[in-house]
Design a protein around this ligand. Structure first.
Ligand SMILES: *Cc1c(COP(=O)(O)O)cnc(C)c1O
Length: 510
């Protein structure tokens, strides 16, 4: 085993600190403590009853925690060290692209003047921001092979809904009523959810025995009710849809549009483009591919790019370069048949700044290398674990692959969940489990391009050692017990999902 590991793969990276329960911030509260001090008051204090309408006044003073700055920082620092994080080690959570986000992007995005500008600043005083957004829009279009984009959607799912609303507006402009959207059975869960939310019926097309869209079956589903098809390519099995041109042609032949779920572009940047594959609408998660941390509740950004034909329907306003009195300026302009706004102001602007700085820093060659290394790392890991785990679709994968713990379960009762939990004890975040649904006991792994060979060697060793452990009685009971090294052991996931405790129900003890 390698003894020098750059990141992750070391039992010492299991967050061990504070195994005892961390009190809630309400329990740390003591009356009268504050984490701030106001400067001398320059404005006279007025009774809220004089300034706030009575209907909006609270009856009781709200109970907020009262803590000193020291207690506050200590509390959140302790909490952060009880959590596995992308800054701590490898996080091979398939489909989620939990890759390390370089710090320079944060530095750029938090530059004074960029970061602290007021969203109501008139466009004449925010020319830099408008230029930044216009430039990012151009790059997103270049990367995806589209004509125009909106940067407003707050995440991938928000992008999907935006794209589907554009799809609907397009069909209505031709007086067509379309009711169905086709989705493969391997699709991400947000796809059917967005389709339903947009008012369409989601129709599933099955995968063939190679894990790809069954083209013959698709042809049977196509008729005048089909508004379009949503597809991820590479799909959620990490496989490239080789018949993508035939798929796009078939959907277009009934007047449908092709929607590309480009949540993860980590396998294709600089290599191929959704536009060249025949897609009409693309969303991309800047928080997966372009230097914004993903997970933990955001904020993210899911720009939607479209062909020239669909551009009039994009949400507005968008930055546009216009000629005024012989001078070029950026102005906010709303497309002529716009579906309207999908986000307050202009989207999650800081995420946009991070993405642009990441693109500029890497350049075209750098972004292409990101994809090449992501694909190389995924294939390397796939090969390294393929003796101990079944790989149901074993052709060359893209940025991720799906293994199965089916054999381990049949032979010794060890499930994908047990392997995932035990991996936490071994210094790595767990892979995605039980998704996509088309693979039994799925372990979906996406090592990403940011992990070194040394880290991947240790990850493969640990995964294989756990599979080995699953063959002995003693090992099996050990695996059922895992994790033992984390601040929280196994939680009752059904109870946590069905009866979540979302509030702290003991009143603060003042
Ligand atoms: C992550 C992901 C989404 C959803 O993106 P969010 O930003 O989490 O809403 C959609 N499709 C695919 C394929 C994804 O991986």
């Amino acid at each position: 085993m390698q003894d020098k590991v750059y990141a992750g793969g070391d039992a010492s990276s299991v967050p061990l600190m504070g195994k005892s329960a961390e009190p809630t911030i309400f329990e740390l509260s003591a009356k009268g403590r504050t984490a701030f001090s106001l400067r001398t008051q320059e404005v006279p204090v007025r009774d809220p009853k004089e300034t706030v309408p009575e209907s909006l006044l609270r009856e009781k003073v709200v109970e907020l925690p009262e803590v000193s700055e020291r207690d506050l920082v200590g509390h959140f620092t302790r909490l952060s060290s009880r959590q596995y994080a992308v800054d701590l080690g490898a996080y091979p959570l398939g489909s989620c692209t939990m890759k390390y986000n370089p710090k320079f992007a944060d530095q750029v995005a938090t530059t004074s003047g960029l970061y602290d500008i007021h969203p109501l600043t008139p466009d004449s005083h925010a020319q830099g921001w408008l230029e930044l957004m216009a430039t990012l829009e151009r790059y997103v279009c270049e990367i995806t092979g589209m004509a125009e984009a909106t940067l407003q959607p707050a995440a991938g799912a928000a992008g999907e809904l935006t794209g589907l609303l554009i799809m609907g507006a397009y069909h209505r402009s031709y007086g067509r009523k379309r009711t169905k959207v086709i989705i493969p059975d391997s699709a991400h869960g947000t796809n059917p959810a967005s389709v339903t939310l947009a008012g369409y019926e989601a129709v599933t097309v099955p995968s063939n025995d190679r894990g790809l869209v069954d083209l013959e079956h698709l042809r049977k589903l196509l008729d005048d009710d089909v508004a379009g098809m949503m597809l991820t390519n590479p799909n959620t099995l990490g496989l490239f849809e080789e018949e993508i041109h035939q798929i796009a042609e078939a959907v277009h032949s009934v007047g449908g549009l092709m929607y590309y779920d480009g949540a993860n572009l980590n396998a294709i940047i600089g290599i191929t483009r959704p536009g060249d594959m025949g897609f009409d609408i693309v969303h991309s998660n800047l928080h997966k591919t372009f230097a914004t941390p993903h997970g933990g509740g955001g904020p993210g950004a899911g720009p939607v790019a479209v062909t020239a034909e669909l551009a009039p329907f994009l949400p507005g306003p968008k930055p546009a370069l216009v000629m005024e009195d012989g001078i070029e300026r950026y102005r906010w302009v709303t497309p002529q048949a716009s579906i309207g706004k999908v986000h307050g102001f202009f989207g999650n602007a800081v995420v946009l700044a991070r993405a642009l700085s990441y693109m500029l820093y890497n350049g075209f060659d750098g972004l292409k290398a990101v994809s090449q290394y992501a694909v190389l790392n995924a294939n390397w890991l796939r090969k390294m674990v393929s003796q101990r785990y079944d790989i149901p679709y074993s052709q060359t994968c893209m940025h991720e692959f799906v293994a199965s713990a089916q054999r381990l379960r049949k032979e010794g009762g060890v499930k994908a969940l047990d392997i995932a939990k035990a991996l936490l004890d071994n210094g790595f975040h767990a892979p995605t489990v039980y998704f996509p649904l088309v693979v039994d006991e799925a372990l979906m792994m996406e090592p990403t391009e940011t992990e070194s060979l040394q880290t991947l060697i240790v990850l493969a060793e640990r995964l294989n050692a756990l599979a080995e452990l699953a063959t002995t009685k003693e090992g099996q009971s050990q695996l059922h017990e895992a994790p033992v090294n984390t601040p929280t052991r196994r939680v009752d996931e059904a109870l946590a999902a069905r009866k979540p405790r979302l509030t702290f129900d003991q009143p603060a003890n003042h």
